[in-house]
Design a protein around this ligand. Structure first.
Ligand code: ATP
Length: 238
């Protein structure tokens, strides 16, 4: 528990018009952790990530990175603080090649670091085989790999992953989870939103369960995995 806090969300309240999507969310991510954010559809998981990455401003509450307030800072400036956000739906540029997509991920730097490209192609050999293929023609799994690879090109200290397993076959999902583990072992902290609670909690150190905009449970991943309420609600048991 001694690793320093990297990301802290304090009392976040976020609205879409009159709808209160987050009703006072507190969440902490320490350096080196994988933290899973679980919850049913509409619980506010994506909203939490969007607020952490500056895409949405909270009406109340604070976002702190390394103890410094960053709420109100625009996403393209937040990249400089070391946040990489892989949004739901991936956001691959369909008419750009794989290589061009990856270069876009390094836009905050004057030039593309060859070592970063090599790292991405080592993590995802499939992308290396498809450098000049258009993003829009990649399979769903390959697009997810590209979206993660593009975020890594920005050298993030903290990677926000929004449902990387969405719509993918089980074998590909396992590959993506294995690679997320490897990325974490290489030193990147991860906040992972997942519907796939069992796999997310196997990978994570800790987890949070959101219910209608509030944190309903939090704890060590192993505790959550064996919690009867979690098992009944999110692991298809009971
Ligand atoms: P899912 O797994 O279905 O993506 P989620 O837990 O990520 O769900 P959010 O996408 O954060 O949930 O949505 C939280 C609430 O905010 C939901 O009630 C949703 O309908 C609402 N919401 C999300 N985005 C918008 C938007 N752009 N405009 C209006 N309401 C929104």
């Amino acid at each position: 528990q001694s690793a320093p806090v990297l990301l802290e969300l304090r009392g976040l309240r976020v609205f879409y018009g009159a709808i209160e999507a987050l009703k006072g969310v507190d969440l902490t991510v320490r350096r080196g952790e994988v933290v899973a954010l679980l919850g049913a559809n509409g619980a506010g998981k994506s909203t939490t990530l969007r607020t952490a990455s500056g895409m949405i401003a909270p009406r109340e509450g604070q976002v702190l990175l390394h103890g410094e307030r960053v709420d109100g800072i625009k996403p393209h400036d937040l990249v400089r603080f070391g946040i990489g956000h892989v949004p739901e739906g991936r956001g691959v540029f369909p008419r750009m090649t794989v290589l061009e997509n990856l270069r876009m991920g390094a836009y905050r730097f004057a030039s593309v670091d060859k070592a970063d490209l090599d790292r991405v192609f080592t993590l995802f050999p499939r992308l290396g085989e498809r450098k000049s293929q258009l993003g829009g023609t990649l399979s769903g799994g390959e697009q997810q790999m590209l979206a993660i690879g593009r975020a890594l090109m920005g050298k993030p200290e903290l990677l926000l992953l929004d449902e990387p397993s969405m719509g993918l076959a089980p074998l590909i999902v396992q590959q993506i989870f294995d690679i997320v583990k490897e990325i974490n072992e290489q030193g990147t902290t991860v906040l992972l939103v997942e519907q796939n609670a069992a796999q997310a909690l196997q990978l994570a150190n800790r987890g949070y369960v959101l219910e209608t905009g509030s944190v309903a449970m939090e704890g060590e991943a192993s505790e959550l995995l064996s919690d009867p309420r979690v098992r009944a609600a999110y692991l298809g048991e009971g």
